[in-house]
Design a protein around this ligand. Sequence first.
Ligand SMILES: [Zn+2]
Length: 306
Amino acid sequence: MKRIRNLSPVNWTVIAVVAVLLILAVLNAIRIGGGHKPQAQTVSAALPGEEYPLAVYFVSVGEGDGAVIKCGDTVLVVDGGEREQAETMKSFLSSLGVDTVDCYIATHPHSDHIGAAAGIFAAVRVKSAMLTPFSEINTPTTETYERLLDAIEAQGSEVILPAAGDVYTFGELKLTVVAPVEETGDYNNMSIVFKLEYGKTSFLFTGDMEKESEALVLEKGFDISADVLKVAHHGSTSSTTPAFLEAVSPRLAVISCGKNNDYGHPHKEILSLLEDEGIEYRRTDLSGTVTVYSDGKDVFVKEQYQ
Ligand SMILES: [Zn+2]
């Protein structure tokens, strides 16, 4: 009896210590669980030789943006990079056998986006051109912009001046414009931002939109969720706020930027943000042209340098 009584306080101490450890373990698990974000679903590599109905090419045009969207006979071109990248875009379109573009989308008037436009218009038939709607006071007077307007006029392309919320159909592609919501003299924040949908898959093209335009799009409550995000403004910290990224919740992010560019794009803060969210990304400066295919149900990625 004496031995038992002596052992008894020891047992209670052990039990108390174990209980405290268990509580701490549970609390720790809750803390870790609460802070842990689910990893985004990974994107499969495109299968060699496989034919996909939609191809979105983020063409490597140095420091700038240039994308070609091809779905059957439907072709859209977004920007194209600086003037000297016209040859890159022309030979890319030629390699795809494209001689007609349904719509050329000029996201905004900066030369790293529309510099190559006149060269593209000189090489292919462009049925329509989508431009930021500027009031007279904000209409650009740069030579780059004038050359684009001259090219549109020379072709007699239909001019589309979209408003946020407008929806367009090109073949099997649905295009919903979500920005600019309000006019400003800041061209980056006047970028045409649109969601491209094919079947159940979607892509968000953001031009060089910055925080201000992102906030307006979020305020409007547009559905900007997308499988693939073209990261705004070449991965600059001027853009891609956590709230905007969360609303898009992409599975794949693509950053279009030049090798060793003068701006330090993409900024490390944006790369960290993508990594923290578990979002896969590709960079045209490292991967060359990045192609994302869709079969209407899923997206598949292919890099030029593999
Ligand atoms: Zn730019």
